[in-house]
Design a protein around this ligand. Structure first.
Ligand code: GTP
Ligand code: MG
Length: 478
């Protein structure tokens, strides 16, 4: 019987929600008082380096923390080490750190596979306490939770605040405004435009439309490099593989009147119903498990990959980051506020994979990211000025090193490594501090070299500025 009731009327669902709500509130209050638990929201679109970041950070904290000299407790000689512990949310699968670490830090090393499902990693960090009037113990421990997930699911968060009608209207407007989307969407769009809202839905026609729409989404990702892949579960379904929840597409036909009360089983009603189910069962659940508890956030962005795809893709990144950020609660708040509601008080924007450009270009890359985030919208720092925002360039797995080429007056620093097994020496490239427009973009692109360097075959992968990132994210807790 419970399956037939809408969630909010289902007594089992309600009881579970209330119990969970009370449990979460008690945990939040305890965390706010003791300050010994922190949840870091790892945020990044697919392929932007989340799993590599988590694997590398955990590896260095667990095995090689003395090398993290940019992390204040290590620099100040107070750090005592880290251990892995049982993840905080026992319903969540454990992040497979052993496999990921063996791959990335093995000889020869290899990259993580794209993530297919959600998982959690909890580390306990310990350090000597700084002596103070109210310091009662010699040591301090901090539990830190990280959650990894397929980046595709992140693009679904904006759906939380949209009805099926609003989502469809926005989607069609976006397609019309972007020639890459409109020219590639023709096949599913023409079928979708033929659907009449009040006609009785033919399930095989719905499935056919969904299948064409899904093929198009996959093309956007693999061929056109777009980040606006929505709904994300259509390309990375997780537990919703083959589920009727995925049987809807944006409504492209004649829009029915808002109060027309279309019959059950009509095309509009079926699509709208599946959309609502998708939002409440897939998107809301993902949000609750992954982001509702976060205290601090790191946003990983692969600016260079987006630049390589072209100006439209690059702008896409800014818009996507902005619409995703609107789903989080930001604001430092007072101690009392933190007792009752969790808010993000620090955000780190990290330009990932900075090892693919020479070190003298890292600062330009950082400015490029900053400009992108700030230009796309009024930005988190404008909407919530009390939030500490920082921009860094990082590499979780450094694949290149600096070398010297030539001698005497012709001596110059070059970035060295291998790409598909072939050695390269790179110098003289410039990262723009903002997106070059029009013909300037083509001119710049022809002078730039985009690298996909191999991991160092001899193993012993190193990192760039993960320690500074950690210092910013844990500031005030250790
Ligand atoms: N050069 C370099 N490449 C990196 C680095 N981190 C990640 N990459 C590259 O980026 C790819 C994707 O990294 P992942 O960590 O799998 O990205 P993800 O965000 O977890 O992606 P999804 O699981 O699809 O959401 C890797 O396979 C590498 O090719 C880095 O620090 N340096
Ligand atoms: Mg991943």
């Amino acid at each position: 019987m419970s399956d037939l009731l809408p969630d909010a009327l289902n007594p089992f669902w309600l009881a579970g929600r209330i119990a969970r709500g009370i449990g979460d509130t008690v945990t939040d209050m305890r965390d706010a008082i003791t300050g010994d638990h922190l949840v870091i929201g790892l945020t990044g679109l697919s392929g932007n380096g989340k799993t590599t970041f988590l694997t590398s950070l955990a590896h260095f904290l667990l095995n090689d923390w003395r090398s993290l000299v940019g992390f204040p407790p290590v620099r100040e000689n107070r750090f005592l080490g880290a251990v892995r512990c049982e993840q905080t949310d026992s319903d969540m699968p454990a992040f497979r750190l052993d496999d990921a670490e063996t791959a990335l830090f093995g000889t020869p090393p290899c990259w993580p596979e794209p993530t297919l499902d959600i998982s959690e990693l909890t580390l306990e960090l310990r350090c000597r306490n700084e002596k103070g009037l109210f310091t009662f113990s010699d040591t301090k421990s901090l539990r830190v939770d990280f959650i990894d997930y397929p980046g595709e699911w992140l693009m679904d968060l904006p759906l939380l605040s949209m009805s099926y009608r609003e989502w469809s209207e926005g989607y069609l407007a976006l397609i019309r405004s972007d020639p890459r989307l409109s020219s590639s969407a023709e096949s599913w769009l023409s079928r979708a435009q033929g659907l009449r809202p009040g006609d009785t839905a033919d399930r095989s026609a719905v499935r056919q439309a969904v299948s064409e729409f899904t093929v198009w989404l996959r093309r956007l990702k693999t061929e056109l490099g777009c980040s606006h892949i929505q709904p994300g579960r259509f390309v990375m379904p997780g537990e919703f593989h083959d589920s009727p929840l995925l049987e809807f597409i944006p409504w492209a036909g004649e829009m029915p009147d808002e109060h027309s009360g279309l019959p059950d089983g009509s095309y509009w009603q079926v699509m709208e119903h599946h959309y609502s189910e998708y939002v409440s069962k897939a998107v809301l659940r993902f949000y609750e498990r992954c982001f509702s508890r976060i205290d601090r956030q790191i946003v990983l962005v692969d600016c260079l990959k987006a630049l390589e795809e072209g100006p439209a893709c690059y702008r896409d990144i800014g818009t996507s980051l902005d619409s995703i950020s609107r789903n989080f609660s930001y604001g430092a708040g007072s101690f009392l506020m933190r007792l009752f509601s969790r808010r993000i008080d620090r955000v780190l924007y990290a330009a990932a994979k900075c090892d693919t450009v020479p070190p003298d270009q890292h600062d330009s890359l950082r400015r490029l990211l900053r400009n992108t985030v700030e230009k796309a919208s009024d930005g988190v720092s404008f909407r919530a000025p009390s939030v500490d925002t920082e921009y860094l360039t990082i590499a979780s797995a450094q694949c290149t090193r600096l070398g010297i080429l030539g001698s005497g007056k012709s001596e110059r620093q070059v970035l060295c490594g291998t790409e598909n097994g072939k050695a390269f020496h790179l110098s003289g490239i410039t990262v723009p501090e903002s997106l070059p427009e029009g013909s300037e973009y083509e001119e710049w692109k022809s002078s730039f070299r985009f690298l996909r360097p191999d991991l160092p075959a001899e193993g012993g992968v190193r990192q760039i500025r993960l320690d500074q990132a950690l210092g910013f994210l844990l500031d005030g807790y250790l």
